[in-house]
Design a protein around this ligand. Structure first.
Ligand code: AMP
Length: 428
């Protein structure tokens, strides 16, 4: 029997693990959608694969995704390389440029949700296919948008019922600040390259900032010993002012955060604002979600300058956090009416009646004939308000026997009477 690829998951109501239960997914996506639409953002769906260059140029040649070959790359028939998206931002910026959104009133605020693919080694909370809700505000470089994005992200978590959040806010400066910082780190780590993990040894030349973010204990021990100065100490005046304004705006909005002078983010395209949201339940090393500003990304994709800021919320990891905080999900709606056939010939009568009443009334039916007692049990199990039977007698009289499950009241009703009953105020 064939099985799913390790690191990919089927999402359905009864899934054993909480993060893969469809109602949890639906709760997260619908809440995020409500918050983001309510704030005037517009939904966009981009393809889940693009030309490889979109991601290569977007995430940067030195990011883990490219260096560690975490992208799923394949060829189209013409031999052109395509990749499954390892993150949504580059696609959204590509779409913004492709559809001339630059002439729309700015900023253009877009959001999406869907699967993301990374060939990572499998561990809890880390999958090859996972899902993100993603928000991007494009076309304006103003710290107000950074503060709004952070506030919206926090609002999504809080609306879902999460309490123990920590927003870590930093700045990765402007490209020239990062150049200076990387040079400083290169000189600091260079002599100790042999003590670093294999991945980080490559980073000394390519992108030493990423060493600070390393999950390897070996690297973390060396970092503790060398005590590098933080990125924040290398900000130029413009980036410093921008960072201070984001802080001021968040203070004014009453959004709690802690400044993390060492915050670095996995993708190369970030400039200035970078943040992560952490949750005690999923461990200090993993973020619940993250975001940042990426003012140079559009140019990397061959487009005009388009500043932008946005965030990604990992759905599975968020589900783990919700489970750990014991957040109750909204109950699934129960059927209003459960209609059961008492004999073979009633099967189609039951379906025909259900189809007449749907979608106004939430009707479920029994698919095999059963006794009235069994049908009643089934209706109770489903949490229905009414159970209806059709058997030989009902067919002869052209009625349905309807029982109100709470009061026990039972009546034989003709279809028209049934319709008017369900039109009354009693039925929601
Ligand atoms: P990133 O795009 O790396 O900043 O990731 C944003 C968020 O996506 C993270 O904070 C996680 O919640 C989630 N995430 C990233 N990688 C994975 C993965 N391999 N499996 C599950 N969730 C992930």
């Amino acid at each position: 029997m064939l099985k799913a690829v390790p690191g990919t998951n089927d999402i359905f109501a009864q899934a054993k693990e909480y993060p893969f239960r469809e109602p949890v997914f639906r709760y997260i996506v619908s809440t995020a959608e409500e918050v983001l639409r309510g704030a005037g953002a517009q939904m966009v769906y981009t393809p889940i694969f693009e030309y490889l260059e979109v991601f290569q140029k977007g995430v940067g040649l030195t990011s883990d995704i490219v260096v560690k070959k975490e992208m799923f790359v394949f060829e189209d028939r013409g031999g052109r390389l395509l990749a499954l998206r390892p993150e949504p931002t580059a696609s959204i910026v590509r779409a913004y440029n492709e559809h001339g959104m630059k002439v729309w009133p700015q900023p253009v605020r877009l959001f999406t949700w869907g699967p993301i693919f990374r060939g990572e080694r499998q561990q809890k909370g880390r999958y090859k296919q996972f899902h993100q809700v993603d928000y991007e505000a494009l076309g304006l470089s103003d710290p107000l948008l950074d503060a709004e994005a952070i506030a919206l992200m926090v609002r999504i978590y809080k609306t879902l019922g999460l309490k123990h959040l920590e927003v870590k806010l930093g700045s990765v400066g402007d490209p020239e600040d990062r150049l200076r910082y990387n040079q400083y780190l290169r000189e600091l780590f260079g002599p100790y390259a042999k003590d670093l993990s294999e991945d980080s040894r490559v980073r000394v030349e390519a992108n030493p900032m990423r060493i600070l973010d390393s999950k390897s204990e070996r690297d973390q021990a060396l970092i503790a010993e060398l005590q590098p100065k933080p990125m924040l100490a290398f900000l130029g005046p413009a980036a410093q002012k921008f960072h201070q304004q984001v802080c001021n705006y968040l203070d004014r909005l009453g959004v709690a955060y802690t400044v993390d002078p060492n915050l670095v983010r996995g993708l190369d395209y970030y400039v200035r604002t970078a943040w992560e949201v952490h949750h005690a339940g999923i461990g200090a090393k993993s973020a619940l979600g993250g975001g940042g500003r990426y003012d140079g990304l559009s140019e990397m994709l061959g487009g005009p300058p388009v500043p932008g800021v946005g965030f990604g919320i990992g759905i599975e990891r968020l589900a783990i956090a919700l489970e750990q905080e014991g957040v109750a999900l909204p109950a699934d709606p129960c059927p209003t009416l459960y209609l059961a056939p008492l004999d073979e010939a009633a099967k189609i009568e039951v379906l025909a009646l259900a189809e007449q009443l749907r979608p106004k009334v939430n009707v479920e039916i029994g698919y095999t004939p059963k006794s009235p007692r069994k049908a009643l049990e089934e209706a109770l199990k489903k949490g229905a308000r009414y159970v209806g039977f059709i058997g030989e007698d009902e067919r002869a009289r052209g009625v349905v026997t309807l029982k109100h499950l709470e009061t026990g009241e039972q009546r034989a009703l003709e279809p028209l009477q049934l319709h008017s009953l369900f039109e009354g105020p009693e039925i929601k």
